[in-house]
Design a protein. Structure first.
Length: 68
């Protein structure tokens, strides 16, 4: 199920995590060559992706919301 990004925070390992409208969290790493998300490394890039839809596997599995 697709859900929009509503915000971000960093996890305990200093990795960026997207906060989705559904209440789930999803890591958004820029880790070439496997994952290319150069927008995640700058504040302007992250802001530009607010509202962007990400596929939420946790929703597909019926998982409860995540909490910070």
């Amino acid at each position: 199920m697709n859900n929009p990004i509503t915000g971000y925070h960093k996890d305990e390992e200093n990795h960026w995590v997207a906060e989705l409208a559904c209440g789930h969290f999803q890591h958004v790493r820029h880790d070439p060559p496997w994952v290319s998300r150069p927008w995640v490394v700058s504040e302007a890039g992250r802001k530009s992706m607010l509202g962007h839809q990400l596929s939420c596997k946790k929703c597909d599995e019926g998982a409860p919301a995540d909490y910070m």
